[in-house]
Design a binder for this molecule. Structure first.
Ligand code: GLC
Length: 743
């Protein structure tokens, strides 16, 4: 009997694998067949990407011939062309070309298309992977309905220096959390299978280590050990490959002396070699040509040679390939097989997206209207925005505010603006209905419209003008409670927005002092794209919410938290410094030979004599309107072998009066290794919901992967010895501890 079943299985398996294989061969066969028909100029065309004229996200080079080049099959992709109307127009030009190879349309759909979600750093503060996947899923559905095939997201750069304005675009400082988020976001954008009508290609960027720019100055050099590169900066990119990311984008920076765009170690040895990446790599805007500025190529021709040799498949807006690649092949300086490999990678994606079957399948106006006005999208945006808010302080439980308050003064430069809630990298849709963005003022009116609401701007985001203070103080004087909303304007963090000072800009902290002096109950909302420094506010104001830039539903989400309809559950994905002088500062640092035993010790220890050694707010920190107790930590054993594991269990109880969510964080410390090991590293977490008084068990598994690291020879693995296990509510609030041995 068994024999028959097994032989039936074999027949079925061989049929299925041959079908799948023949399907795969079908696409590869089509690509090969098309490649054979292409001229060298048409091949180079597929490697050329131009920007549309609707929006520029980099330095523009005027080229009046774009449309004729598309008609002649000399362009493979356009970015910054959006909407079914414009994408259809451009695609019609491509369909006039000899081989009718469709264009790819790419766009920075970083945190939403029409519905704008919280900036990625804010979403990372939610520690809710499902919510982040949903956010990317909705963003993809809206973009795909508007003719977009490809988003230049997720940005997965680990970043530990908040002077760098692009921290807003990533998942913060931690490799484990950043890797989990990278995986979820790629899955969200691409859906179950690439080519779905509501999916777009993802693009893991910026490969690699762009977030480690010296001094936090954008585009600056990066210099680090290979071990740090593998240990800290590469894992989120590997997670993106594991999630099936269709494309990668390389980065502007030079890494250890070689620009990423011309770096074959990164793009060929690691990405396409070791990791087996089958998609394609697009350069960042102009980064191929910028290798001349780097001093890595003497001219555009040498830059083109370096880039194609290193594995940069598509040239975004530098024209280096268009101007030089065919000639380099003719001069036998570039083997045509390198060009063919790049072309095949790009054509394969166009087949997978179904564009050869129907080049206009993503440009359907009716579908666009439906997708862009789905009320479920706004609801999802409101929910993840509330989950992204971090409660930094709540003295005497001033929050949540009562809905019966008679008079509320809502003060500050962030109260009424619309656009600023979208933050950087929001898609600017032309005929966008401004009502689509719920301002913070509107959110308050929606929540407590029956109260008397007083408004005063107080001051601007920047500048030293305090003329508005008197009106603001007067409004506060007439109110029962004051909400003050301050921070950064939408373009004070983002690309090319590095800041040498990350203090609250302008005279905003003086405004806080003036309002605090009225003695009225005061809640401060800090809106920003990065960790800011606001020491006086943090030390003197009773209640503070970090509200980042929360997107289209900012006003409603903030009101939900202010009045307790959502109990804040966010945890900081980046360390907040006391001063810039501490930077870079991050939680998983090495211990050094002279660690400071506490935050005031200075004698012959690693510390500052003029500042506490600790951060202002630590990684993983965030309060709730309730409290949580951790208990009953149990380990299934205190020894494990590499092929074994240890089961960890504990109980978490909601010891307060309202339901809430807690992010239970598991950290490990390897007590001694063949290289020094961090004082702690996040190795797992669970976000759990508990009713008031409820207790829930939480379980983790410690296996060898959680103990492994790169040794001095870049060999990845674990080493016998002792480990400390820490379970906490933040990296600085460890509730339970235990030790175990790897034998
Ligand atoms: C920009 C950014 C990159 C973006 C690209 C296209 O310069 O560095 O993240 O995707 O150009 O807009």
């Amino acid at each position: 009997m068994k024999k028959t079943a097994f032989s039936q299985f074999l027949i079925f398996f061989s049929f299925m694998s041959s079908t799948a294989f023949s399907l795969e061969r079908t696409i590869d066969q089509k690509v090969d067949a098309l490649l054979k028909q292409m001229t060298l100029e048409e091949k180079v065309g597929q490697l050329t990407q131009y920007t549309g004229d609707l929006a520029a996200t980099g330095p523009i080079t005027i080229n009046p011939n774009k449309q004729s080049e598309i008609r002649n099959g000399l362009v493979g992709s356009m970015l910054n062309v959006l909407g079914t109307r414009y994408t259809r127009q451009y695609q019609e030009l491509a369909m006039q070309s000899r081989l009718k190879i469709p264009l790819l349309f790419g766009l920075d759909v970083i945190h939403g298309y029409k519905t704008t979600f919280p900036i990625p750093l804010a979403e990372a503060a939610s520690w809710d992977l499902d919510a982040m996947e949903l956010s990317a899923r909705i963003s993809a559905a809206e973009a795909a309905a508007s003719g977009i095939h490809w988003t230049f997201a997720p940005m997965v750069d680990i970043a530990r220096d908040p002077r760098w304005g692009r921290v807003m675009e990533g998942a913060g400082e931690d490799t484990y959390l950043g890797s989990k988020i990278a995986f979820s976001r790629v899955r969200g954008f691409q859906g179950e299978k690439l080519g779905g009508i509501d999916s777009v290609m993802a693009c893991a960027k910026h490969f690699a280590a762009y977030g480690a720019a010296i001094g936090g100055r954008d585009y600056n050099s990066v210099d680090m050990s290979e071990r740090t590169l593998w240990e800290t900066y590469l894992p989120p990119f590997k997670a993106a490959v594991d999630a099936g990311a269709a494309t990668f984008m390389n980065s502007f920076n030079d890494l250890n002396g070689i620009p990423a765009t011309g770096n074959s170690y990164l793009q060929r040895d690691i990405l396409k070699g070791k990791w087996g990446f089958k998609g394609f790599v697009v350069s960042d805007w102009g980064s191929i040509g910028e290798m001349v500025s780097h001093g890595y190529a003497k001219d555009g021709k040498e830059a083109a040679l370096a880039a194609i040799a290193a594995g940069s498949d598509m040239d975004m807006e530098s024209n280096a390939y268009r101007n030089n690649l065919a000639q380099l092949v003719k001069e036998k300086k570039v083997p045509v097989k390198l060009v063919d490999d790049a072309v095949k990678r790009i054509l394969r994606k166009k087949f997978e997206l179904g564009l050869f079957d129907d080049p206009y399948r993503f440009s359907d106006p009716e579908r666009e209207q439906k997708a862009l006005n789905d009320p479920a999208h706004a609801l999802a945006a409101r929910e993840i925005a509330a989950k992204s808010i971090v409660l930094l302080k709540n003295e005497n439980n001033l929050l949540p505010l009562s809905k019966d308050i008679k008079t509320i003064a809502f003060i500050g430069p962030m109260v009424k603006p619309l656009r600023d809630n979208h933050g950087f990298w929001a898609v600017e849709l032309k005929d966008m209905d401004p009502g689509y963005i719920v301002s913070q003022w509107q959110g308050l009116q929606n929540k407590v419209g029956g109260a008397t609401l007083l408004y005063a701007k107080g001051c601007d985001f920047e500048g030293d003008n305090k003329d508005g203070f008197a009106e603001a103080v007067a409004a506060a004087g007439r109110a029962d409670a004051v909400i003050l909303s301050i921070g950064e304007r939408w373009n004070m963090s983002g690309e090319a927005k590095s800041r040498s000072s990350i203090h609250l800009p302008g005279v905003q902290e003086d405004l806080v002092k003036a309002i605090q002096a009225t003695g009225k109950p005061l809640v401060v909302l800090i809106n920003a794209g990065r960790p800011l420094i606001f020491n006086w506010t943090a030390d003197n104001v009773p209640a503070i919410l970090y509200t980042w830039w929360l997107g289209s539903q900012a006003g409603n989400a903030i009101a939900d938290v202010l009045f307790g309809d959502y109990n804040p559950s966010g945890k900081l994905p980046m360390t907040f410094p006391r001063e810039e002088g501490q930077l870079p500062i991050y939680y998983d640092h090495f211990n050094t030979g002279r660690p400071a035993p506490d935050e005031t010790a200075v004698n012959y220890v690693s510390a500052y004599i003029d500042l506490k050694n600790s951060p202002k707010f630590p990684f993983g920190y965030g309060l709730s309107y309730t409290t949580f107790q951790y208990s009953d930590l149990k380990l299934s054993g205190t020894e494990m072998k590499r092929d074994g594991n240890i089961e960890v269990s504990l109980n978490v109880t909601n010891t307060g009066k309202v339901a809430g969510e807690e992010v239970v964080q598991l950290y490990l410390r390897d007590k001694a290794g063949s290289v020094v090991r961090p004082v702690m590293q996040l190795k797992d977490f669970r976000k759990i919901k508990l009713a008031a008084g409820e207790t829930k068990p939480v379980k983790f598994i410690i296996d060898n992967s959680k103990l492994s690291f790169y040794n001095k020879n870049l060999e990845y693995g674990s080493e016998e010895g002792g480990f400390v296990l820490m379970i906490g509510s933040s990296s600085a609030d460890i509730r339970l501890k235990a030790e175990f041995e790897l034998k």
